[in-house]
Design a protein around this ligand. Structure first.
Ligand code: EPZ
Length: 417
């Protein structure tokens, strides 16, 4: 296992290039299962979760060739099983359920267990597929599903689940008739998936709104024009790094049109953003101001940015309150930040953060993907050296973060534990 050794209190400078979005790539890779023709996908990030998804597709019989672009050919799928050994390492494997059922009429997908941040149920995925005519049982830890032909229908989601919306959209793409998803999740990654599916010949309207309509088709066709959107969470993470270290950096390819809530909270915390050109923003700031945050479904403030803002606010000039409303256990970074001198009190689903003058380096442990990023932010601004262990959590969702940070002048080393 790798760890990061970071020597803090160095300013960042220069330009960072944002990679393709993990949360856009994973559903689009899964959607290849719907298509008997090959697709080519551009701007796919080289991340651990992407490689896990490719491995899962290959184990089913798909051919994948990942060079600059990713070519996936699912013309000769031999298995519709997603085994526990792979699913336990990546919950998003649930995204193969809808496509497998829609095209092959059966699927056997390991129940994705919980993870560090919460129980992460998939009941809404299962209920929706049952409403489309699937017979689904849970046996031996597996979701066993079959359907002669999924039927389009109206589906109301009790919660705007992101991967639930994506699973249903993919299943409906090949169902008989029209499906309407009500109370759909509106994340930009869902729009990216709908664009990709429509380029393959699907008929999807309304992605990004709370009502999405999908007219099922018999087959999809090849496409080499699919591209992954830039990662809004990676871009937001670098914005927090700039403000936390009092630096000024240029960020290339930040999807600013998908970052309103993060931008507004960054500005409120005394950050500054200037558009340099169509593909570049300059961000800087110091003297962090305390702010209050409440995580919400899109377009609200994203839960995936909560840990990074908590880390930055540990050195604000006052008290901030951060409320986590999406996941029940997403404050595991707090205990590690307190080891570095942060003054944070947890009360229910709220973190009360009293700004301190400085953090000091310490040995800390990453517990989940975004918690890892928050520890990197703290380490960059702390006095002294910080060792962050279990950095494999971070590699799931950030492409070469240590290389990108070194290019910005950070003193960071990746070493074997
Ligand atoms: C997606 O997870 C993202 N993952 C998460 O990003 C992100 O935090 C989350 O959406 C919220 O924005 C991917 O896109 C691969 P949800 P997902 O279903 O789809 C409850 C990261 O760091 N729920 O929208 O699993 C659930 O418990 C990761 O990149 C049910 O109750 O999240 C949660 O409270 C972490 N039943 C809420 O809905 C269900 O069937 C939102 O979960 C499904 C969800």
């Amino acid at each position: 296992m790798d760890k990061f050794i970071i020597e803090g209190s160095h300013k960042l400078k220069g330009t960072v290039y944002i990679s393709g979005s993990k949360n856009a790539a994973l559903p689009i890779l899964a959607s290849a299962l719907l298509n008997e023709k090959p697709i080519v996908i551009k701007n796919v990030p080289k991340l651990k979760d992407v490689f896990t998804t490719i491995k899962l597709l290959q184990e089913m019989g798909c051919k994948c060739n990942f060079t600059d672009n990713l070519k996936i050919d699912c013309s000769s799928v031999k298995s519709t099983k997603a085994p526990y050994e792979l699913v336990k390492t990546m919950r998003a494997s649930i995204l193969v359920l809808g496509p497998l059922l829609a095209r092959f009429k059966h699927a056997c997908v390991s129940m994705p267990g919980g993870c560090a941040i919460g129980v992460r149920p998939v009941n809404l995925h299962i209920e929706a597929l049952k409403n489309m005519g699937a017979q689904i049982t849970i046996e031996d830890g597996y979701i066993k599903a079959q359907a002669d032909k999924l039927k389009g229908t109206d589906i109301y989601l009790d919660l705007p689940t992101v991967t639930g919306t994506e699973n249903i959209m993919m299943a409906a793409a090949l169902a008989k008739g029209c499906t309407t998803i009500k109370n759909a999740a509106k994340e930009p990654e869902i729009v990216n998936l709908a664009e990709a599916l429509n380029k393959m010949g699907a008929h999807i309207e309304g992605a990004g709104e709370s009502i999405i309509k999908i007219e099922g088709v018999d087959h999809l066709h090849e496409s080499s024009d699919i591209s992954i959107m830039s990662d809004r969470i990676e871009a937001g993470t670098f914005m927090c790094m700039a403000l936390a270290t009092g630096s000024s950096i240029d960020i290339k390819h930040a999807p600013t049109c998908a970052m309103d809530a993060v931008r507004d909270k960054f500005l409120e915390a005394n950050g500054v953003i200037k558009k340099v050109d169509d593909k570049t923003i300059k961000v800087w700031g110091e003297n962090i101001k305390p702010i209050n945050i409440k995580t919400m479904a899109y377009p609200g403030f994203p839960t995936d940015m909560q840990a990074q803002f908590v880390s930055m606010l540990t050195r604000a000039s006052g008290v901030s309150i951060v409320e986590e409303t999406i996941f029940e256990n997403r404050f595991q970074h707090v205990a590690e930040l307190k080891r570095m001198g942060a003054d944070i009190t947890l009360s229910g689903n709220k973190a009360i953060i009293k700004g301190v003058d400085k953090l000091t380096g310490a040995p800390v442990m990453a517990t989940d993907l975004r918690a890892s990023a928050s520890l990197v932010i703290a380490a960059l601004s702390a006095y002294g050296t910080t060792n962050i262990s279990r950095i494999y959590h971070l590699d799931r969702g950030y492409e070469q973060l240590d290389v990108k940070l070194s290019n910005l002048g950070a003193k960071i080393r990746r070493v074997k534990e």
